[in-house]
Write a protein that binds this ligand. Sequence first.
Ligand SMILES: *Cc1c(COP(=O)(O)O)cnc(C)c1O
Length: 446
Amino acid sequence: MTNVAQQRVLRTAIPGPRSTELHARKAAAVSAGVGVGLPVYVERAEGGILVDVDGNQLIDFGAGIAVTSVGHAAPRVVERVQAQVADFTHTCFMVTPYEEYLEVCEALAEVTPGDHEKRSALFNSGAEAVENAVKIARSYTGRDAVIAFDHAYHGRTNLTMALTAKNMPYKHRFGPFAGEVYRAPMSYPFRWPGGPADCAKESFEAFTSMVHAQVGEDNTAAVILEPIQGEGGFIVPAPGFVKQVADWCAEHGILFIADEVQTGFCRTGDWFASEHEGVVPDLITTAKGMAGGLPLAAVTGRADVMDSIHAGGLGGTYGGNPVACAAALGAIETMRSDDLCTRAKQVESIFLPRLRALAERFPQIGDIRGRGAMLAIELVNGAGDITPNPALTAAVNKACHAEGLVTLTCGTYGNVFRFLPPLVASEELLSEGLDIFEAAFAAAAG
Ligand SMILES: *Cc1c(COP(=O)(O)O)cnc(C)c1O
């Protein structure tokens, strides 16, 4: 282990000279289509700290987009991965299988919502898991249509681009998109036309009437929903909405797919965000937080649904790679033994009072939302004007970066500032990050 001190250290400007040099090389070697949020090149990382090539130590409030929830270089992940790499790195599970794949599927059956019989299939990325969930739902139901929501993000492959709502940068000029995907209004209390109080009832009615009028319940294979939307702006649906949608799906023989790629694995204070909603999804897609940074994804669902697929219908060369499985086993063990769900709730209790106090001072904070260690503020013009304020969001983000705090934004309108720290970050580190964020916000908004 490298034993990186869990503190911020600034030795140069951010980005420093060596990062700047590397970034010039990027332009000559990497497609311009691959964007970079903060051009600081990382050399190593541990816990909640990234160490860059100039020797700076940055506080990580992004966890590589909710991936390294167990912290960078989590000891159990490192140990298991090192041992597995030395044992073997690949056979292809479809050719000659191995026990680690089974262990991950067994763990998924235990930690996902519901105590019914379950099966899983493993893949490499969230998008691939979503694609497969749709394939499974179509095959099982014998129906074509899939319903997704406004502000949804489900990935960048052709089918998942069709499911994703936002044009720029995800879909622009990349069509035509996969067919039989329909979009329903999202339950978005802060921007619901009738106001937040009526959002639950009205958004559910808007959803069912859209499906009924434009698609037909009998034509619908699945409804896919992020129980808290991620890239679309950390939108927490009105209380009861997720449950109403899931129950309505069950009534109509439609499968309810919870896309928990971002919300899963303790991030929201529960193992899965569906639990908070009292929902047991038919199918659940997971990836990001699952394997401590190694690429692994899964579809987990009802045994009768998952086993309805013909042999050979699901798979892929690398899906459930043994090294990625070893990492997942180390990550899940860490979540269990260090009770990272409780830790996520503690992160919430550290962040929320500070965000609320900041909102008292600055009317540009229109909404504070999220759960556990998946929190966000939505920035607006202020003083009763809820017009999105992406300029302020970008300015705060830039100012945080310059001070060595890695932050992320999101949202259909680019006006949501989100917080996704590793769940193991110490209270001191989180507080220091919040100090930097507050100062950056005050300077940009004041
Ligand atoms: C990130 C994300 C995906 C796509 O995952 P990739 O691993 O980037 O393909 C899908 N759904 C949700 C909710 C996500 O946050």
